[in-house]
Design a protein around this ligand. Sequence first.
Ligand code: PFF
Length: 434
Amino acid sequence: MEEKRPEWSSHISFIIATVGSAVGLGNIWRFPYIMGKNGGAIFLFTYLLLIAFICIIPLCCELGLGKIYKKDAINTFKTINPKYKWLGWLCIITVTLIPCFYFVVGGWILNYIWVFITGQLPDNFSLYFSSFSAQAFMPCFLTILFLIMTAIFPFRGINDGIEKANNLMMPLFAVMLFILAIFALTLPGAKEGLAFMFHPDFSRFDKTMVLTALGQALFTLSIGMGTILTYGSYMKENTKIVKSAYTLIICDTTIAILAGIMIFPIVFSFGVEPSAGAALAFISMPQMFSQFPLGVIFGLIFFALLFFASITSGISMMETTVAAFIDNFKLSRKKSTLLATVIIGLISIPASLSFGILSNFKIFDKTIFDLLDYSTSNIFLPFNTLLICLIAGWCIPNFWKKVFGESFFGGVFNILLKFIVPFVLICVLISGIY
Ligand code: PFF
């Protein structure tokens, strides 16, 4: 017997869950360091423009496809035309590969939470991080632990698992972020940090920066892998798509900016390079926390923040895969979750080991971790998003009217959907490949 499709119990739960999906390591860890590397304010302004006028379109498309067809990604594209079923599979492959590296970072976060709880802080976080991540057992164990902690929620279902997790964790997350941002603003480097974020240096404007901003925007909004489509398929009938999409964008961007407001004053107060890259969260930040009184508490809050951000995103990735397994393999939710857990677990172990014993094992000159990160974010995401826009714009009659409405703005959005967004995405793809 086919199970009745679940539904979010309220509009606010739907919004919190989609914000929980969108707000993740992409906002707290990736956004500040990419912004640091790409000139600060000029990157931020470009990113805001792109997100408001370009990314809004695929975001509405995914929500619209979910709301109209009420199916998982594979069956949605199959219903539009059996020839497009493979695009659904491609989305599912992408969304199953992302947690394979994302949860490795989740495992590191668990480790740092433990370090700050026990108060046994190393003297040199740079040495500590490289020797910890290179170990064979502990990082793998923590990756699997993070995976199991995440899987519990899709296992329990939409209302009892995913909704409850998000409704609890997202408000906690927001409170912690505020506390840290306010604390950061009291530091001596606050002025310099804010100037870096909000005073544009136009000489840094170039093509690569624009493309990086767009890739980041797609990743942070969880677009191009069927996640938003799947969450949209549990939407209530009367939910407004464009309004929900803008709410999501505003929340996600506000949180990314707050993360910058939290990180840059600390970075400038301690004279660290804002472009320190991925190491910012796992080396520079904990090193700085270890240097001031109460730093242990703030460090713990910082890693708890990263934990909530990453687990709520992880839940949405797993739910997309689980929903596809339920609908396509006719498995129960529990069996589908177990299957997804085993697949992700098996791939994430070599990804974790790529910082240690597999560090010399390279494909296309990249370690397994880097390959998973690079191929999903720079190739699969823009490629899937491009096809989703093309199908929504050109293959479903009157899709734009159902999603954007028939007003003047609906018409403008339709032109963006049919011509402008595909063109921009093709540029991103070409640059991602070369
Ligand atoms: N949007 C998440 C972040 O910014 O960290 C990442 C993500 C979530 C990617 C959900 C994919 C996904 F399905």
